[in-house]
Ligand binder design. Structure first.
Ligand SMILES: Nc1nc2c(c(=O)[nH]1)N(C=O)[C@@H](CNc1ccc(C(=O)N[C@@H](CCC(=O)O)C(=O)O)cc1)CN2
Ligand SMILES: Nc1ncnc2c1ncn2[C@@H]1O[C@H](COP(=O)(O)OP(=O)(O)OP(=O)(O)O)[C@@H](O)[C@H]1O
Length: 186
C-alpha cells in the first residue's frame, strides 16, 4: 500500500474507532509511558495538541505540568519546517488552517537541545519503528539533527506493515502500545 492510501485509510479507521476502546488503550499506554525512565528523566517534553481522532494528549500535558515539566508544542511553518514553543496553562492557542491548535506566531521557540523527549504523532507505525504522518514531512526534518529521545503512542490498529522507509524517514527510539514497549537500538 502506498503512503497516501495508508493516510486516508487510517484517518477513516481512527475516526470510526469506538470512543471507549480508544480511551481504554490510551489509558494503558499513558500508564506505561509514565513509568518509563524516558518520561521520568525528561524535564522538557514536546507533544502535540491532538485532533479528535488522534491520540488524546490532554492527560499527558496535565501530568507533565503536575510533575513540573516544561511542555512544548510544535508550530508548523512554511516549507515543512516546525519549531516548538513552551506551553503553559493560561496560554491562548491559535487554530491553524489545518485545524490544529498551535502557540501564537509571536512567541519565542525553544532550542532543539532543550527538549529531552518528543512524543511523535503519526497515523501508522511499523514494528521496526518507522511511521507515516500527515505527509508534511515536519517531523522527519525536525528529527534529522535531534539528539534526544523519541517515542510514539500507538493504538493496536495503527501498527501495520509499511512500505520500505525512504532515505529521509527518521525512525523512532520507542513505540508504546497498550500491551508492549518496542525499543529500537540503533
Ligand atoms: N496534532 C498534531 N499536530 C501536529 C502534527 C500532527 O501530526 N498532529 N504534525 C505532524 O507533522 C505537524 C503538523 N503537520 C501538518 C501536516 C500537513 C499539513 C498540511 O497542510 N497538509 C496539506 C497537504 C500537504 C501536502 O499534500 O503536502 C493538507 O492536508 O491540506 C499541515 C500540518 C505539527 N503539528
Ligand atoms: N529531511 C528532509 N529534507 C527534505 N525533504 C524532506 C525531509 N524529510 C521529509 N521530506 C519531504 O517531506 C515529504 C513528506 O514526508 P513524509 O511522507 O515522510 O511525511 P510524514 O512523516 O508522513 O509527515 P509528518 O512528519 O509531517 O507527520 C516528502 O515528500 C519528503 O520529500
Amino acid at each position: 500500500m502506498n503512503k497516501q492510501k495508508i493516510r486516508t485509510d487510517m484517518i477513516q479507521l481512527l475516526k470510526s474507532y469506538p470512543k471507549k476502546e480508544k480511551q481504554r488503550e490510551e489509558e494503558k499506554i499513558m500508564h506505561t509511558l509514565f513509568k518509563t525512565k524516558m518520561w521520568k528523566n525528561a524535564k522538557t517534553i514536546a507533544v502535540v495538541m491532538a485532533q479528535d481522532f488522534e491520540f488524546d494528549t490532554n492527560k499527558i500535558i496535565e501530568k507533565a505540568w503536575e510533575e513540573g515539566k516544561t511542555v512544548a508544542l510544535p508550530r508548523a511553518k512554511a516549507g515543512g519546517i516546525m519549531d516548538v514553543v513552551p506551553y503553559s496553562k493560561d496560554m491562548q492557542l491559535e487554530r491553524t488552517s489545518f485545524g490544529i491548535l498551535e502557540p501564537a506566531r509571536t512567541l519565542t521557540a525553544l532550542s532543539k537541545k532543550e527538549i529531552e523527549l518528543i512524543i511523535v504523532p503519526g497515523l501508522a507505525f511499523s514494528t521496526d519503528g518507522f511511521r507515516v504522518g500527515f505527509g508534511g514531512g515536519y517531523y522527519d526534518r525536525f528529527l534529522k539533527d535531534y539528539d534526544g529521545v523519541t517515542v510514539s503512542l500507538v493504538l493496536e490498529k495503527q501498527l501495520i506493515a509499511l512500505p520500505n522507509p525512504e532515505p529521509f524517514d527518521v525512525p523512532l527510539d520507542f513505540l508504546i502500545t497498550a500491551d508492549q514497549i518496542f525499543r529500537f537500538n540503533r
